[in-house]
Design a binder for this molecule. Structure first.
Ligand SMILES: *[C@@H]1O[C@H](CO)[C@@H](O)[C@H](O)[C@H]1NC(C)=O
Ligand SMILES: *[C@@H]1O[C@H](CO)[C@@H](O)[C@H](O)[C@H]1NC(C)=O
Ligand SMILES: *[C@@H]1O[C@H](CO)[C@@H](O)[C@H](O)[C@H]1NC(C)=O
Length: 505
């Protein structure tokens, strides 16, 4: 009932603009089109963005055999069929390899190539691909998956068709997770350089979300514009108190630009209307007026491939022309009507907060070995009821509410209270909680049904393609088929599956 009335409201707004036909089932790009500012790129892993779109939304690749498949909507204009992914990825890992452009312009997003900055050496300069299961949600009760961007993850197309270049007008929006961000450059979606290098001021016009540069009011995160060599909240890069800190779980973020005019708008993607955080002249610093947009499209990275930021993308589009506020308000009503909501991040045998547990390896070599630690090093050790008290303590952990996300868990050492299992440089360590946001995120793990069918596998909340793995009796954070020896696909499922029981001590 709620969603239907919102859709009808959307159609009323748009009908007031241009259209004659019914837009009761209009998607965001139908609305932009009727406003005279059509989508030239339309990306979403969660739903179709046109009312008649039935094509592929995104492609996934699985760890077990490298096979790929496309995820399509349940119906024309509908939500993604998550069952396709769940069946295809059963008992293995999956990465998102392509986010298709639904606009017909062919602007598909794929693994970002090396650029001018922060090229991840582990993957020959190519950014990581996102885990397919890092950002589960529901849309009006139907399960779907967003694109969870960890640091060093990014998508891009430099071979573009129809996006705005030079000082030409454009608009864009994205629906994001307002609680997933950091203070590094740059979680962006939008217009960037076609050579993956910084080619100067005004060569980008992309949405930015995060708290990298203190710029708005409060402590962030903020919606800003990455215009290259500057994140802007208004005309002056250093401050715009009207650019408010965002606190919604689901965020609609908008920027748009035309000759000597641009704007930032935003709101709660699950309810209510949009606010305008800035609307006015271009920045006065040299190079931003007129703009020199190049038209490539980035997701999760800066124009020069700066890739240390994090965030979650559910859907977004780029338009030609400067969309009217009425058009954007109708798109916001459509997004609200889509009914974004959270869902569980965990599966498999349930863990109980404050219970004390031990975790037994399930690989054939090692079924008497348990996750333990020696000082700050996490290892596996053979433990039994006749082991001495010290060893029993080393292999015993208290389950805590996740320090970085309360839907997952952290594991406190029973013999070193205040210290938790965390990942650092792909190793599992036991370190004292320093209270930082980074420590909380590095020590938060989401249990899921064990990949080999036994117990649980524990994936990192902040790097969901990475799992606790024992390898040569040490604890690592391994990705299936990644670059290191402890990422080997051989025995991966067994090495990341642990049977959890009451603790030894
Ligand atoms: C969703 O995908 C599953 C698995 O491929 C399929 O069996 C089902 O028919 C699909 N649902 C719709 C509505 O297409
Ligand atoms: C470029 O976009 C136009 C309009 O959307 C489309 O008709 C054309 O096929 C696209 N070209 C390519 C190479 O995808
Ligand atoms: C877990 O223990 C902590 C510390 O004793 C306590 O504050 C918290 O309320 C407990 N949580 C649950 C869910 O029992």
């Amino acid at each position: 009932m709620f969603s239907r009335s919102s859709i009808e409201r959307a159609s009323v707004f748009v009908a007031g603009l241009v259209v004659t036909g019914s837009l009761v089932n209009a998607g965001p790009c139908d609305i932009y089109s009727s406003g005279g500012t059509p989508c030239v790129a339309a990306h979403s892993s969660t739903r179709a963005l046109y009312d008649d779109y039935t094509g592929a939304l995104y492609q996934i690749s699985r760890g077990s055999d490298g096979a790929t498949t496309d995820v399509t909507p349940l119906s024309a204009g509908g939500v993604a069929n998550a069952t396709v992914q769940d069946l295809f990825c059963a008992s293995t890992t999956c990465l998102i390899t392509i986010i298709y452009d639904q606009s017909g312009s062919g602007n598909h997003l794929t693994q970002a190539p090396p650029g001018g900055a922060f090229s991840g050496p582990e993957t020959n300069g190519y950014d990581y691909l996102a885990s397919a299961i890092g950002a589960p949600v529901t849309l009006n009760g139907e399960k779907a998956y967003g694109v969870f961007i960890s640091p060093f993850t990014g998508y891009r197309t430099n071979d573009v068709n129809g996006t705005s270049i030079g000082d030409a007008a454009e608009g864009m929006y994205a629906v994001l997770d307002g609680t997933h961000y950091n203070n590094y450059c740059c979680f962006d979606y939008g217009n960037a350089e076609t050579n993956s290098h910084d080619t100067g001021n005004g060569h980008m016009e992309a949405l930015y979300f995060g708290n990298y540069a203190a710029s708005g009011s409060g402590s962030g995160p903020w919606i800003m514009a990455d215009l290259e060599n500057g994140l802007f909240s208004g005309a002056d890069p250093s401050s715009n108190p009207a650019d408010l800190t965002i606190s919604a779980r689901f965020v609609t973020a908008i920027i748009k630009g035309e000759p000597n005019q641009w704007a930032i708008r935003g709101g709660d993607a699950a309810s209510g209307s949009l606010s305008t955080y800035y609307s006015g002249a271009r920045p006065t610093a040299s190079g931003y007026n007129p703009m020199s947009k190049e038209g490539a499209i980035v997701l999760g990275i800066g124009g020069d491939n700066s890739d240390k930021a994090q965030g979650t993308f559910y859907e977004g589009v780029m338009t030609t022309g400067y969309p009217s506020s009425d058009t954007e308000d109708a798109v916001q009503a459509n997004i609200v009507a889509a009914g974004y909501a959270t869902t569980s991040l965990t599966s498999g045998p349930e863990l109980t907060v404050n219970s004390s547990i031990s975790l037994r390896a399930t690989t054939a070599c090692c079924t008497t070995r348990y996750i333990a630690h020696s000082g700050s090093t996490v290892n596996t050790q053979v433990v039994s009821s006749s082991s001495d008290a010290t060893l029993k303590q080393q292999a015993s952990w208290t389950v805590r509410t996740g320090l970085g996300n309360s839907d997952c868990f952290s594991f406190e050492s029973n013999d070193t209270p205040g210290s938790f299992i965390r990942h650092s440089n792909y190793k599992l360590m036991v370190d004292a909680n320093d209270g930082s946001k980074l420590f909380g995120e590095d020590s938060t793990f989401c249990p899921q049904s064990g990949l080999n069918g036994q117990g649980n596998s524990l994936r990192s909340w902040s790097y969901p393609a990475f799992y606790w793995r024992h390898y040569n009796a040490l604890g690592y954070l391994g990705s299936n088929g990644g670059p290191y020896d402890f990422d080997a696909t051989t025995s991966f499922n067994d090495d990341v599956s642990f049977v959890i029981s009451a603790s030894f001590a």
